[in-house]
Design a binder for this molecule. Structure first.
Ligand SMILES: Cc1cc2nc3c(=O)[nH]c(=O)nc-3n(C[C@H](O)[C@H](O)[C@H](O)COP(=O)(O)OP(=O)(O)OC[C@H]3O[C@@H](n4cnc5c(N)ncnc54)[C@H](O)[C@@H]3O)c2cc1C
Length: 533
């Protein structure tokens, strides 16, 4: 890690949002981008299907807005969605100019290929290397950011605390375990701090997200006094691979876009019982349908399958990454039924921001999956999140530059901290993740959510008893993040006495527009509901 003790702009995270922001900021000041593991290890890197963008003019843009609003189930904050669809084409054209290689038809230079995904009214998904879109976007942004003399990176380093002075965030504490085994905390002062730390899929035992997605930035912002919003809305992707002992590898929406069927344990297609859009219904509808079909009468789980055997294209060519992964587990997309089940995938909620990424705390900004502008409402439209990272990452940077943030660099000392029984912490975290799957998963109710809040209290006591006086290590910091994000999901879910989008309550199975066409706002352990106009 760099030894810098101050920088102009501290960016927490090197996914699409953090990198896009860093590129914008670096023309105007020093930027330090911190990432918890290797550069490139992020949700962005694993994004498969593509990036949604309306490139063919006004009509397409209007339809993209409509699709986004329809998927969001009455809760999309329209000004944010307008920004997304209107600025999206500019941001994507910029990416093309920076060398991002999206798939094209044969010939020179070839037309950009557009795929269709669930709940999109027409094909508008750009993809790269078939099913490795996020890795290509990440690669091209990293090349550009690395070339900039004013961007520094600190990898294998985690921001473990935000420092608030006089109501303003002025610094972040960076934790690093050195190769010697020493645990070091370094305070880095900055004009402004951007939370671009991505989602929190690790809150759940079943998730498509990588290990870094523990919601740290959301928890840190909340502790610093920032409001969170829409935390009850966690999107469960319907089709993660379901093989014992194998990670919940994502089987992209694009497979259903190419015509894949869903079949239950009796081999029957079942989506017509749940939606006229069949397999291309919004994710929450498909995920709940799979959960129901996968539940036997005696409570035993039954297999549900994705079936592409009838699709007449070369699937290994169109989906090389997915085909390779399945092949390594003895499955063939073209010839086999693929067992699937839902997994936690994307957090619609996050740190509440305005359209410039400003949180409710001065000096603190957020963008990407960690932020909540209200752009996704209660359910994100497929492939809108890479676009969100680009559009709102750039906007947050511009707001940081425009806000004229004052700065007093002060040299801070590094400090050593102890590590302790990581295994004991991991054990509590495993219990927490299983509890969240059962209590705040696809189907919720008051008693489940209530019991979940009580369990969070119990886990917090156990974690703090393990923490001691001067302990600091990744496992401990992450456990605190997971607990705080879990509590926000449970409390927000308890408050929303209706079913909408990704939040489904068995005890309130209907949508209630009179009572709850509102965004939840979570602060200091409590939730309130607000109309955003
Ligand atoms: C398997 C999978 C497939 C997906 N497919 C698609 C798709 O096809 N299209 C689409 O639009 N979206 C897709 N998504 C969602 C999309 O990838 C993410 O929502 C988006 O990339 C988030 O970008 P981000 O920049 O906000 O965060 P991320 O890309 O998650 O980056 C977060 C960064 O923050 C860092 N970080 C986290 N905590 C800390 C800390 N405490 N200190 C320092 N650094 C920290 C991480 O190391 C990482 O660098 C997919 C997601 C997954 C998991």
């Amino acid at each position: 890690m760099s030894q810098a003790k101050s920088t102009d702009y501290l960016v927490v995270g090197a996914g699409v949002a953090g990198l896009r922001a860093a590129i914008e900021l670096a023309d105007h000041g020093e930027v330090l981008v911190v990432t918890k593991e290797a550069l490139g290890e992020s949700n962005t890197h694993y994004a498969q299907g593509g990036i949604a963008v309306a490139l063919s003019g006004k009509e397409d843009i209007a339809l993209h807005l409509k699709d986004t609003e329809d998927a969001g189930d009455g809760l999309v904050y329209r000004p944010a969605a307008e920004v997304l669809v209107n600025e999206g084409p500019l941001r994507v054209e910029e990416l093309l100019a920076w060398g991002t290689r999206f798939d094209r038809s044969p010939g020179e230079p070839g037309e950009l290929l557009l795929a269709r995904e669930a709940a999109h009214s027409l094909p508008r998904i750009l993809h790269a290397n078939g099913d490795a879109t996020g890795a290509e976007i990440s690669r091209s942004l990293l090349v550009l950011a690395r070339q900039h003399p004013r961007v520094q990176f600190a990898d294998w380093t985690m921001v473990s605390n935000l420092v608030v002075e006089d109501g303003r965030v002025v610094a972040g504490d960076l934790f690093e375990r050195e190769s010697t085994g020493r645990n070091l905390l370094t305070r880095v002062r900055a004009r402004g701090v951007l939370i671009a730390s991505g989602g929190a899929g690790q809150v759940y035992s079943d998730t498509t997200n990588p290990a870094v997605a523990t919601g740290d930035g959301i928890a840190l912002a909340c502790k610093a006094g920032a409001e969170l919003a829409d935390m009850e809305f966690y999107q469960f992707h319907p089709t993660a691979l379901s093989l014992p002992g194998v990670p919940r590898f994502l089987l992209s929406e694009a497979l259903r876009g190419e015509g894949a069927y869903l079949r239950n344990s009796r081999g029957e297609r079942f989506m017509e019982q749940y939606s006229s859009q069949l397999e291309l219904a919004p994710r929450d509808v498909v995920a709940r349908a799979i959960a129901r079909e996968g539940m036997g009468e005696d409570g035993r789980s039954l297999p549900v399958y994705l079936d592409m055997r009838h699709v007449g294209i070369d699937l290994a060519k169109r989906f090389p990454g997915i085909s390779r992964f399945l092949g390594s587990h003895g499955l063939n997309l073209q010839h086999d039924l693929i067992p699937v089940r839902p997994a936690a995938h994307y957090l619609m909620g996050g740190v509440r921001t305005d359209l410039g990424g400003r949180t409710t705390v001065s000096g603190l900004y957020a963008a990407g999956e960690a932020a909540c502008t209200g752009v996704h409402g209660a359910n994100r439209l497929a492939s809108n999140s890479l676009l969100e990272g680009l559009v709102f990452g750039a906007r947050a940077a511009r707001a940081m530059l425009g806000d004229g943030l004052a700065f007093e660099p002060v040299d801070e000392m590094e400090r050593e901290v102890d590590s302790g029984d990581e295994q004991a912490i991991e054990d509590v975290v495993t219990e927490l993740r299983q509890m969240m799957w059962g209590h705040a998963g696809l189907l919720r109710d008051t008693s489940l959510l209530d019991a979940g809040v009580a369990k969070c209290g119990e886990y917090t006591e156990r974690i703090e008893a393990l923490a001691g006086d001067d302990r600091g290590e990744r496992a401990l910091f992450e456990a605190r993040s997971l607990l705080n994000v879990s509590r926000a999901i449970l409390v927000s879910g308890l408050g929303r006495l209706e079913s909408r989008g990704a939040h489904f309550r068995n005890d309130y199975p209907k949508r209630d527009d009179v009572g709850f066409r509102k965004h939840s706002v979570y602060s200091q352990g409590r939730v309130r509901f607000e109309v955003w106009e």
